[in-house]
Design a protein around this ligand. Structure first.
Ligand code: NAD
Ligand code: UDP
Ligand code: UDP
Length: 326
């Protein structure tokens, strides 16, 4: 890569599940990476393998406080993403989304950096339009237990749009749908990690409700490809744009697939459905296909294989690490 093309890229939340994969891909592409994380749900171990790469730097920092660095591009991923993590300290979750966005936008404004926000399908809440296109304004309960995350992310989108309108910033908003893969946290309570860990231990698989609710699962490599395409897209294209895999599965179907692929003897048991749990979720990715020429390549049955292998290796190492929020 020519030095003129090499960029200094800030990844907030860089020690998290998606962030660590993103740091890796950016380094592979020849960029310099400044990984900023407060290690709330992420861990140093996730990026330990990158520490000897000359272009990599790790900084412990909480994005709710100002950050003065010189960078060309910013991927703003800092925020706990799984319900048990973001509900552990809901006030801090909103602060991270809102104060974190303000600080990173202020930084982007000062250094004239292009900035991408990791938003979420949760901005659609429990949707009445299916699949969800970007034009749908969503149905979020602003008072419920998921609101700290959903409303924080919605407010961050507003801030990104206003910094563009008011200050002419180059912004990008990705609405990320459920993503899975190696380096997911084993205690994050999310459905893919829970089911795989339960299946590998021959423990009961906990399906919440009757298992008829749906989700669409995107393999991490596909998702990171989408974030990179979006960051490199034309300055006029801001999004929001949905990034996810439109193949939709019921939670009961996912449980059956995990049991089959692990050859587990686990039984399925039912537990109460959490409050405000969306009944269905599937991205309409027409915009990403058209503008970014992006679409996911890895079907669920294929992506589950390396994910299961990762958890298997983790369990073989003994007691699993517990993150701060778990
Ligand atoms: P993660 O919890 O693994 O990573 C988040 C990272 O942010 C962690 O390393 C955590 O320590 C860090 N962090 C949290 N608060 C911080 C703060 N105040 N200052 C600095 N660092 C902080 O989650 P993830 O799955 O990698 O998600 C990354 C981003 O993508 C999040 O913004 C999330 O909302 C978004 N997202 C993820 C998914 C998904 O399915 N994984 C879906 C939609 C959106
Ligand atoms: N900020 C930051 N790094 C910078 C520039 C700004 O963290 O390099 C923070 C700053 O602390 C401020 C926020 O970003 O609170 C918003 O900055 P902006 O310039 O938009 O607003 P103002 O400073 O006028 O409040
Ligand atoms: N879920 C489940 N069993 C579990 C964990 C989750 O049935 O052990 C369900 C959960 O109720 C939801 C879906 O799986 O309907 C996805 O949950 P997750 O927390 O992974 O993501 P989100 O709800 O944020 O999409």
């Amino acid at each position: 890569m020519k030095s003129s093309q090499r960029q200094r890229v800030l990844v907030t939340g860089g020690a998290g599940f998606l962030g660590s994969h993103l740091c890796e891909r950016l380094l592979q592409a020849g960029h310099e990476v400044l990984c900023v994380d407060n290690f709330f749900t992420g861990a140093r171990e996730s990026v330990l393998h990158l520490r000897d790469q000359p272009g990599f730097e790790l900084l412990r920092h909480d994005v709710t406080f100002p950050l003065y660095v010189e960078v060309d591009r910013i991927f703003n991923l800092a925020c706990p993403a799984s319900p048990i993590h973001y509900q552990f300290d809901p006030v801090q979750t909103t602060k991270t989304s809102v104060h974190g966005a303000i600080n990173m936008l202020g930084l982007a404004k000062r250094v004239q950096a292009r900035i991408l926000q990791a938003s979420t399908s949760e901005v659609y809440g429990d949707p009445q339009v299916h699949p969800q296109p970007e034009g749908y304004w969503g149905r979020v309960n602003p008072l419920g237990p998921r609101a700290c995350y959903d409303e924080g992310k919605r407010c961050a989108e507003t801030l990104f749009c206003d910094y563009r309108r008011q200050h002419g910033l180059e912004i990008k908003i990705a609405r990320i749908f459920n993503t899975y893969g190696p380096r997911m946290h084993p205690h994050d309570g999310r459905v893919v990690s829970n089911f795989i860990v339960q299946a590998l231990r021959d423990e009961d698989i906990t399906v919440y409700g009757d298992g008829s609710q749906t989700r669409s699962f995107c393999y991490v490599d596909d998702l990171i490809g989408g974030l990179l395409c979006l960051m490199d897209s034309s300055p006029d294209f801001t999004g929001p744009v949905n990034l996810g895999n439109p193949a939709e599965f019921t939670i009961a179907e996912l449980a059956a697939q995990v049991i089959e692929l692990t050859g587990s003897g686990s039984r399925i048991v039912h537990r109460p459905l959490p409050q405000d749990d969306p009944k269905q979720r599937r991205p309409d990715i027409s915009l990403a296909r058209e503008v970014l020429a992006w679409r996911p390549q890895v079907p669920l049955a294929q992506g589950l294989v390396p994910t299961i292998a990762y958890f298997d290796a983790l369990l073989a190492r003994g007691p699993m690490p517990v993150a701060a929020g778990a």
